[in-house]
Ligand binder design. Structure first.
Ligand SMILES: Cc1ncc(COP(=O)(O)O)c(C=O)c1O
Length: 446
């Protein structure tokens, strides 16, 4: 128990106290170890307690802990931006640093708007945003306006300026009369219809997660989807913003989620694994044409937070990306991700409550259902996700909750997303603990 003065995420939850982290494990006050099977919230991508990262951040702290970006340049920001540009697709060679995912999404939206203002003048009509159902883009008012996670925004609805929402690319719950390819094409085509409805001259950007995170559960679209989305955006002069807050920096076995389809967005928003939990950070990575429009236009992005490009975060990003590169971690995710996916699928087949197993690399979800055949979910009141989390925790494994409201039903899912450093043996250990958790869950839900 804490002192009670820190407002908890949930007053009703009785969370254990974390006292120490090492590698893929977190330890509670009794000394029990838990595999961090979801990196907190897909954040701690290198695992816990990596001395090299801690030393680099400490060194930065001693050398220059802060210098305001309106007055100073510094090496940490340059080094971090150079390393990011090595990883980003196409000519997304420019980086604007922020402190988290919600700020990254806000910055992406504002930069998109400023691009058209620089290009076409302040009376540019481009301002409408299009996003999707079963999506999450952050907790700020802008992030909630584009987010498609009904439960998380209901209380704040009157404060929002909601974007147009397209169907989720939810292959598992697609209409029976469509093949996966037809469904992928259909979902992409809804973008074209929406742009035409709103008027292409008014549409600023389409914003989506390449692989949906917790607001749907590692939903991987059909291969047709992203290339067709890129084409539609090009046809109608609409910017494509990829929210890679969860999927960025190797999580899915490629540097970025969009790399699975060789699609180059106009802006990527990212955070979480970017500094792997060692400090808060985030950023947007931007195409040259957008940065050029600002550089050759007004000369300044009319936006900025105090901690924009702060030395500590930038040094942490540079250190984390160097570590990922030197240890071939994206390749590790690609290889061991197959083992994890196969193991999860085998568990899904063996356990009666798992209706679907989906994902890529080290980003997977299991969907819990009452009946596999009909894909009928549990009623929300049965709290299937919360029970799954508790059962896994009992077995020494931390997984991440998720789900969404789609076609009148509430889905129950959890994410399995271990650190990028996870070895073959550790994958097997995770699967073993998950097996124990699923057996326990079956007892709890029957
Ligand atoms: C896809 C996505 N976008 C944006 C965010 C918001 O990031 P943050 O919580 O760092 O503000 C999240 C956080 O979970 C996310 O998963």
């Amino acid at each position: 128990m804490g002192t009670g003065k820190n407002i908890p995420r949930n007053f009703l939850a009785n969370n254990p106290k974390a006292v120490r982290g090492e590698g893929i494990y977190i330890y509670d006050e009794t000394g029990k170890d838990y595999i961090d099977g979801c990196c907190g919230a897909l954040v701690s991508n290198l695992g816990h307690g990596v001395t090299r990262i801690i030393d680099d951040i400490t060194d930065q702290m001693k050398t220059l802990e802060f210098a305001h970006p309106s007055r100073w340049n510094h090496d940490a920001a340059d080094q971090a931006a150079d390393l990011i540009a090595e990883l980003t697709p196409g000519d997304l060679n420019y980086c604007w640093f922020v402190s988290g995912g919600s700020e990254a999404v806000e910055s992406a939206i504002k930069m998109a708007r400023q691009y058209y203002v620089e290009r076409d003048g302040t009376d540019s009509p481009k301002h409408k945003l299009i996003s999707r159902h079963c999506s999450y883009h952050g907790a700020t008012l802008g992030g909630m306006s584009v987010g498609g996670s009904t439960g998380r925004v209901a209380a704040y609805q009157p404060l929002l300026n909601p974007s147009a929402k397209l169907p989720a690319t939810y292959v598992y719950r697609k209409p029976d009369h469509m093949t996966e390819a037809e469904f992928g094409a259909h979902c992409a085509d809804t973008l074209e219809k929406e742009i035409l409805k709103l008027g292409p001259e008014n549409v600023l950007a389409f914003l989506a997660e390449p692989i949906v995170g917790s607001a749907g559960g590692a939903i991987v679209p059909d291969d047709n989807y992203w290339p067709r989305i890129r084409q539609i955006c090009d046809t109608y002069d609409v910017l494509l913003i990829a929210d890679e807050v969860m999927t960025g920096f190797g999580r899915t076995g490629k540097a970025f989620g969009v790399d699975h389809w060789q699609v180059i967005p106009d802006i990527i928003a990212s955070a979480k694994g970017m500094a792997a939990g060692y400090v808060p950070t985030g950023g947007i990575f931007v195409k040259e044409k957008i940065v050029d429009a600002i550089r050759n236009g007004s000369g300044a992005f009319i936006h900025g937070h105090t901690y924009n490009a702060n030395p500590l975060s930038c040094r942490a990003v540079a250190s984390v990306l160097t570590y990922i590169k030197e240890n071939n971690l994206i390749q590790n995710v690609f290889e061991n991700g197959k083992r994890l996916g196969e193991g999860l699928s085998a568990l899904g087949n063996a356990h009666p409550l798992i209706g679907d197993v989906r994902g890529k690399g080290f980003m997977w979800a299991m969907e819990i259902v009452r009946d596999k055949e009909s894909k009928t979910p549990f009623d929300a009141g049965q709290k299937a996700t919360a029970k799954a989390l508790a059962a896994c925790l009992d077995n020494g494994l931390i997984v991440y909750p998720g789900g969404c409201h789609i076609n009148g039903v509430d889905t129950s899912i959890f994410l399995v997303a271990p650190p990028l450093v996870t070895t073959k043996d550790e994958v097997d250990k995770l699967l073993d603990r998950l097996d124990g958790g699923l057996k326990q869950l079956t007892g709890m839900l029957s």
